[in-house]
Ligand binder design. Structure first.
Ligand code: ATP
Ligand code: MG
Length: 568
């Protein structure tokens, strides 16, 4: 038809892309785009950080630019090299390469020089108020601030005191350096904010060289300007800090430390996820209090946790793309994250048979010499993924869930007198149930139809159920870890209502079963992923070995999200 578009409509731009394209059209940075990802090395990265990484690296790539990795290490008490290493590994794993690797601590001397310059301009002063007093002087949203009694010290006195702060002549907390801006400002961040505090703490890079440390708001913009960042993307809670960010940089331009155009701060909404907590502080508590086995516990929303759970970098990037870039805080449904990994693994994970809760089946009319090989495709729709042989024998394992003694309506699996297909092998009929002293079913005695080799009977009779199975003689024992959500509430912080969010930790978030799996799975290498037929997607745990294979359930097969999405 005439009004049908010839090319698909371009995807609409998000608001950050609009800003970037606007800047490029105006040639603001000579077309340059340089972003940075600025983690504080005080914990492992989580899925929220992954979102930020995808935005920063993704946008830079889209506009022909680059991204720096900058460790925001201005708070020595909580930071550690362990975290630096994990952050580098996680960013790489997500599939991104950084242009430069920097540390805010590399800029300590430059920041100090800027601070002295501000003192000389009468725009910073040394303040003796205690933290408590300073808070009171600052006022609040309803109450204007009062000027510090130390605000009008002379430049010479301020310089002298600041140098002596640096030299270690004062105790921690005794003095601060503050910017002289406006204590009446409706924006609390502009009420003479602290630039430096005294803190005798060993820094993981600068050691004991410094005992005064710059505050985030001062250090961040200057670090951006030093690296000639064009777009400084951060989360929404920094929106009210933007005037301060711009104020520091404007002073630096006056002092000719930098030239325009300056970096521009842009805020987007933090990502939250249902059924988990996200802040590093709470994740650290989960680790330290032993609720999980570590930062990389497969139930954690950390990048290393997701990796161990079996998530692929592609699935995490697809998730970040689908949640989009918003200006208002949001909570993404963990179902969407699960949908993304399912979609990825559905296409590429080889299929295997694994019996999670084994129940013995003995084929009474089969002799050992009747055993035969069954050739099974590794992926029903992808012949290029090849096939493998599994041995069909007299004694087998099937899943306990596939048998019912009292058969409910519409039950197409095993039951007394019922006939089912064992995938790719043959039809079998259950004749007899063996029980132990306490009445538990321990074995099914069945017969197979030798005519049905391959799975279909020549007389054309139909069976509705097809079960997975493994040969008892050939199966390998494996530990399989079945994970559920770590919390029982969609938003643990919200339902806790100021009480303890730990009350909503799910006591059943991990079940370990002793499974019987296809022999080929013994050779599976850590990080390999499979679909266990009819069961779910599973990844080989890093601690797995051929002698003691361990599999982590990434996600089950049932996708409730896909349904929601097609309905919407
Ligand atoms: P947390 O509150 O979890 O400790 P943070 O903001 O202190 O996070 P940083 O290491 O300072 O962690 O964050 C590095 C970058 O990642 C920052 O630009 C920050 O805004 C961004 N970021 C952190 N958490 C999220 C999130 N939930 N969603 C999107 N971006 C995030
Ligand atoms: Mg932070």
């Amino acid at each position: 038809m005439a009004n049908e578009p010839l090319t698909p409509e371009p995807k609409s731009l998000n608001f950050i892309e609009e800003i970037m394209e606007g800047d490029q059209q105006q040639d603001k940075h000579q077309g340059r785009v340089l972003t940075r990802f600025p983690p504080e090395p005080n914990g492992y990265l989580h899925i929220g950080h992954a979102k930020s990484i995808c935005i920063n690296f993704g946008l830079a790539k889209k506009y022909g630019g680059a991204t720096n990795l900058r460790f925001d290490d201005t708070n020595p008490t909580k930071e550690d090299v362990e975290y630096v290493d994990s952050i580098r590994e996680d960013v790489k794993w997500l599939g991104f390469d950084w242009a430069g690797e920097f540390y805010a601590s590399d800029y300590f001397q430059k920041l100090y020089d800027f601070a002295e310059y501000l003192i000389q301009q009468g725009k910073a002063f040394v303040c003796d108020l205690t933290e408590e007093e300073a808070k009171d002087y600052k006022g609040n949203f309803f109450k204007p601030g009062k000027e510090s009694p130390y605000r009008n010290r002379s430049v010479a006195e301020n310089l002298d005191l600041f140098r002596r702060m640096k030299a270690g002549e004062f105790a921690d907390g005794e003095k601060t350096l503050r910017a002289k801006i406006d204590v009446q400002s409706p924006n609390m961040n502009m009420r003479d904010p602290v630039m430096y505090r005294i803190r005798r703490a060993h820094h993981h890079r600068t050691g004991d060289a410094w005992i005064i440390y710059p505050m985030y708001d001062f250090a961040h913009g200057v670090s951006d300007a030093i690296e000639t960042i064009t777009h400084s993307i951060c989360t929404l809670e920094f929106e009210d800090h933007r005037p301060l960010y711009d104020w520091f940089l404007a002073q630096d331009v006056e002092g000719q430390f930098f030239q325009r155009p300056l970096p521009r701060q842009i805020e987007f909404a933090r990502l939250n996820l249902t059924y988990t907590v996200m802040s590093k502080r709470r994740l650290l508590a989960l680790v330290q209090e032993g609720h999980v086995s570590g930062w990389d516990d497969p139930r954690m929303p950390t990048i290393c946790g997701l990796r161990r759970r079996g998530y692929t970098p592609e699935s995490v990037r697809a998730f970040a793309e689908r949640v989009g870039v918003a200006k208002r805080d949001m909570v993404a449904d963990v179902g969407l994250l699960e949908h993304c990994i399912r979609e990825d693994l559905e296409a590429k994970a080889p299929r295997r048979m694994a019996v999670l809760r084994p129940l013995k089946v003995v084929l009474t009319n089969m002799s050992d010499s009747d055993a035969f090989d069954v050739e099974l495709p590794n992926h029903g729709d992808k012949p290029e993924l090849g096939s493998r042989k599994v041995r069909f024998t007299r004694e087998l394992w099937v899943d306990q869930d596939d048998f019912r003694e009292d058969m409910p309506k519409k039950w197409f699996r095993l039951a007394p007198d019922a006939e089912v297909r064992l995938r790719g092998a043959a039809l079998i009929r259950c004749n007899e149930i063996v029980k132990d002293a306490s009445g538990n079913v321990t074995e099914l005695r069945c017969t197979w139809d030798p005519e049905s080799k391959g799975g279909n009977a020549p007389d054309g009779r139909k069976v509705k159920g097809t079960l997975h199975w493994v040969s008892a003689q050939h199966a390998v024992d494996a530990e399989v870890r079945l994970y559920e959500q770590l919390f029982t509430a969609e938003d643990p912080m919200d339902v806790a209502e100021g009480g303890d969010w730990r009350d909503f930790i799910n006591p059943h978030s991990l079940e370990i079963v002793k499974a019987k799996v296809e022999p080929s799975l013994a050779k599976a290498q850590p990080s390999e992923r499979f679909q266990f037929e009819r069961t779910g997607y599973f990844a080989v745990d890093p601690a797995s070995s051929a002698d003691a294979p361990v599999f982590n359930r990434t996600v089950g097969l049932k996708d409730s999200w896909a349904k929601i999405e097609t309905k919407a």
